[in-house]
Design a protein around this ligand. Structure first.
Ligand code: ADP
Ligand code: MG
Length: 553
């Protein structure tokens, strides 16, 4: 609906009292001034103070107190004496509550030593009680204390009653207003809390927060999952050392104390063993949180990030660099050594032949000569096998690539191994899944890798056991496993086994090149190689290779 435009033109003229009109009575002016000031007062406490302060001054009371018990807000009170606003404890709470419960409450005045509502503290002989009617019920009162009985005259009593009625209305309105504000603040706070919680839960790191008493106040979703996970319900509100009981308390406490004491971020690298025996790497940060007002560290946030992939990638790069360096060195050295080795072996062989032909028959040491020549020959061949290994190593990057069926590679490897004399009491099992993706690879090299892994597995089972060669497809990837039930690998050795020349085998039995060559072959084929091991139970080497995009038919 629109008002006629003329309406907006109507002008309200300011009222000025006629020249002969008398001033209103001081009481009337007081009430109207009080009413006007209460119009802009929106907090119950402020209403209480404004009314009690103005009234005390106006009636020149020793003391004037406003007290009310409001729904959703609680007790609101304020008082003034001749020196200004009172501190706390000016109401005799017990008496006041008793009075409130009396129905109907007594209204009027109480004289000294009868039943005063106000605590002692100022000279007064009489208290006037004016009840606050809110929504038809008495919810409190304005209590005014005078030094002399005579000061409480009729006009003062009426003034107090009028002010009380106004105060009742005003405090009721402001209480509703405050309650509404409080609910919307509570709702906004709750929404904010949920939003913050959602952010913390969305983070791909595990996060929890403890306060100064080491009580857990926040525990995000990521901290609930995984092998180290703990449900939020069994963490929040509890002492962190009880919740993390599986970790050594001394160490955990020290980490927290350092963050609280220094106020600096602490970064700690940690390793945990996953259930499958593989190692997980964590970067744990303890971040001190300060109170913005006092600047004191009140909480410590702990953030744990799984950096396994990153750490493994760094190791892999280091390994690859080392392998490349060794490869270059090997290629250069092998040629230089192979020729003299061949000469040594050839000379030894021809000398042996001469011995056989009787050329040294007259010599006493002919038997020794034969034996030594044999030794020279066999050692020269051993050296040759090492240089061949090195050559394999440096040649890793040269093979031709064809479409290969890994199942075939496993079958022929198993065949080769079963014809070897070693490992009589070893059972070889094949697990070949259907519908495998083909890979584009150098078949000879892959076979070499499988044989190297299988040979190690057999070496790890001197008392016999089971060697399993398994292959399965996962999307366009092929996963190849060489499992044994052997002695396992020590945790300390885990990071070294792929290094060229690392071996735990006795001299003559191992060159320490098998895994290094394997590793080179697999990474060169765009694949990945990993190992899990349980000491005394066995070891599994896993190779994952990218498929060529089509399946073995
Ligand atoms: P080598 O076999 O000549 O020692 P490798 O590079 O093939 O060299 O292996 C390095 C080391 O890794 C071995 O000496 C052994 O300690 C360890 N290793 C490899 N495979 C296994 C396995 N299946 N079980 C236990 N230990 C193994
Ligand atoms: Mg080996």
């Amino acid at each position: 609906m629109t008002f006629p435009s003329t309406a907006t033109k109507a002008k309200v003229k300011p009222y000025s009292a006629p020249a002969d009109s008398r001033d209103p009575s001081p009481e009337l002016r007081f009430i109207s001034d009080l009413g006007r000031s209460l119009l802009f007062t929106v907090h119950p406490k402020k209403v209480a103070c404004r009314v009690s302060g103005a009234l005390q001054l106006r009636v020149n009371a020793e003391i004037c107190v406003f007290v009310a018990e409001l729904e959703n807000i609680g007790v609101v009170s304020c008082g003034f004496d001749k020196h200004g606003q009172l501190e706390t404890n000016f109401i005799d709470k017990q008496r006041f509550e008793k009075w409130l419960k009396l129905l109907p409450p007594q209204i009027g005045y109480v004289e000294e030593n009868e039943a005063e509502f106000l605590s002692k503290g100022c000279e007064r002989s009489i208290e006037y009680i004016s009840p606050l009617h809110i929504n038809g019920e008495i919810k409190g009162a304005i209590i005014v204390g005078f030094a002399m009985r005579a000061e409480l005259d009729d006009s003062r009593a009426r003034l107090i009653d009028a002010a009380t009625q106004m105060a009742a209305m005003s405090v009721n309105l402001s209480a509703h207003y405050e309650a509404a504000i409080n609910t919307s603040i509570t709702r906004a706070k709750e929404e904010h809390r949920k939003f913050t919680e959602a952010i913390l839960d969305a983070l791909p790191v595990s996060l929890y927060v403890v306060d100064r008493d080491y009580r857990i106040v926040t525990w995000n979703r990521h901290r609930e999952i995984g092998s180290q996970g703990i449900p939020r319900d069994s963490a929040i509100g509890r002492n962190v050392f009880n919740v993390l009981a599986r970790y050594p308390e001394g160490r955990v406490r020290e980490e927290f104390e350092r963050a609280f004491d220094t106020g600096q971020i602490q970064r700690i690298e940690q390793q945990t063993a996953a259930e499958d025996g593989s190692t997980q790497h964590w970067m744990v940060s303890k971040i001190p949180m300060r109170d913005p007002d006092t600047n004191e560290v009140t909480h410590v946030i702990t953030v744990g990030e799984d950096v396994t992939e990153r750490v493994e990638a760094i190791h892999a790069v280091g390994r690859a660099e080392k392998l490349a360096a060794v490869g270059r060195l090997a290629a250069g050295v092998v040629h230089e050594i192979n020729n003299p080795l061949a000469t040594i072996a050839a000379c030894a062989e021809s000398l042996e032949q001469r011995v056989e032909e009787g050329a040294f028959e007259d010599c006493e040491a002919v038997d020794d000569l034969g034996e030594y020549l044999g030794l020279i020959k066999s050692e020269a061949f051993r050296c040759k096998s090492i240089t061949t290994g090195l050559l394999d190593f440096s040649r890793v990057r040269t093979g031709a690539r064809n479409l290969i069926d890994l199942a075939e590679i496993l079958r022929s490897s198993a065949n080769l191994l079963s014809h070897q004399k070693r490992g009589d009491n070893i059972k070889i099992e094949l697990e070949i899944a259907d519908n495998l993706p083909q890979v584009k690879a150098d078949g000879g090299q892959l076979q070499q890798a499988v044989i190297a892994l299988a040979t190690n597995a057999i070496d790890a089972m001197p008392e016999g056991g089971t060697l399993t060669l398994a292959v399965s497809g996962r999307g366009n990837r092929v996963s190849l496993e060489v499992r044994d039930t052997g002695v396992g690998i020590k945790t300390d050795d885990m990071s070294k086994i792929f290094e060229p020349f690392f071996t735990t085998k006795e001299i003559g039995k191992g060159t320490g090149l098998g895994l290094a060559v394997c590793y080179g072959i697999i990474t060169d084929h765009g694949g990945r190689m990993s190992v899990r091991s349980n000491l005394g139970k066995g070891t599994t080497f896993t190779i994952v290779l990218p498929g060529a995009g089509n399946r073995v038919s």
